[in-house]
Design a protein around this ligand. Structure first.
Ligand code: NAD
Length: 333
């Protein structure tokens, strides 16, 4: 799995040149179209480019949208030697990856992630997908030919989207002492979007893990740190609470579980969340959250598996007794 390229958008021209695509299509959403598509088209001047612009939002990550895109690609004469570029957040990279992996059994694929969430998480690791009866039920593993991470694109990101991605960086800070040290020195969330060292270090954590276990048979599960409780909260809120905010509360809960089981210093996590004003209070009754987690368990691993912090840089994957989870959640009410 190739590492992403950290460079200004102008680097796109040499990345595309080296792939020598027959045709190019750029998939983006209406927000990013206004902000960043003109610049990308300017760089791609001279190529035949199809613009695929969809409304923003998670609802677009659907099989219906994929069909519309397959149709448009077919009419455009797109082939396996053509390049689909996903320019946008995780919705766009997941959808572009899915379309590219299925159209004619796989085309060239490039990502230009433009949210913090997509740069440190969604664009890395080869998981593609669309929602179908549930989140990411239909999908593939498919690696892009390039990922171009340009910090300049984060300059237009609203604060709520910065915080959404920042929760995943706090997760990496628990998994990796280097990320923790860099993050500890930062005070303002906006600074995060300009901190190349932090974004690179976060990407490195994910890369290291997915390189060992692309298809999530073992080690990759540590990336679900904070997500056991996080998913339950998202579901209970009917997806009104954003993923990153639910994960943030999930990280606080995991930190408490680590404290009960291993004496982990949960204050280290709570302090980071507090500093960035990320949520750590449980918005539902602990019992309700546990019931939602139990429903989720069937869809995932067949049991409630928790990623438990032991110390910064060290976690375990284990089944946690319900009373420990309950005590941890009660601490967050
Ligand atoms: N494949 C994976 O491993 C993986 C991992 C994590 C998340 N995901 C998926 O990613 C999706 C969430 O990604 P997201 O949080 O990026 O959401 P998103 O793609 O919906 O983007 C969030 C919002 O930011 C806007 N936006 C994007 N770039 C912008 C910019 N530079 N300036 C201003 N606005 C901008 C978008 O238009 C959108 O309104 C979910 O569908 C999730 O399942 C996938």
């Amino acid at each position: 799995m190739k590492a992403p390229i950290f460079a200004p958008l102008s680097e796109l021209s040499s990345l595309v040149e080296s792939l020598n695509p027959y045709k190019i299509a750029v998939l983006t959403d209406e927000n990013v179209e206004k902000l960043w598509l003109p610049r990308v088209l300017e760089i791609l001047d001279g190529y035949e480019v199809l613009k695929l612009v969809i409304p923003e939002g998670e609802e677009q990550k659907s099989i219906d949208t994929a069909i519309t895109i397959w149709d448009r690609l077919f009419d455009f004469g797109f082939t396996r030697k053509s390049l689909l570029i996903g320019l946008g957040g995780g919705v766009i990279t997941d959808l572009a990856g899915f379309v590219a992996s299925t159209y004619m059994r796989g085309t060239l694929l490039g990502f230009i992630p433009t949210t913090l969430m997509a740069q440190v998480d969604a664009a890395i690791g080869g998981k593609t997908g669309v929602n179908f009866h549930g989140k990411n039920i239909i999908g593939t593993f498919y690696l892009p030919n390039f990922i171009l991470i340009s910090l300049e694109t984060l300059s237009t990101l609203p604060m709520v989207e910065i915080l959404n991605g920042l929760a995943e960086i706090v997760k990496y800070a628990i998994l990796d002492a280097n990320v923790y040290e860099i993050l500890r020195a930062i005070r303002d969330p906006r600074e995060v979007t300009k901190n190349l060292e932090l974004i690179k270090a976060s990407v490195d954590v994910k890369l290291r893990i997915v390189r060992e276990d692309l298809r999530e048979s073992g080690k990759r599960r540590v990336l679900n740190l904070g997500h056991t409780v996080g998913h339950a909260i998202e579901k209970l809120s009917d997806y009104k609470i954003k993923h990153g905010f639910a994960v943030s509360i999930g990280l606080a809960a995991a930190a408490k579980v680590g404290e009960f089981l291993y004496g982990f210093d949960s204050g280290k996590v709570i302090e980071l969340l507090e500093r960035f004003n990320l949520p750590r209070k449980l918005p539902f009754e602990p019992e309700k959250v546990i019931s939602a987690m139990k429903m989720d368990k069937k869809a995932w691993y067949g049991r409630i598996v928790f990623i438990v912090p032991i110390e910064i840089g060290k976690v375990s994957i284990e089944e946690v007794p319900e009373e420990v989870i309950l005590k941890s959640l009660e601490d967050l009410t």
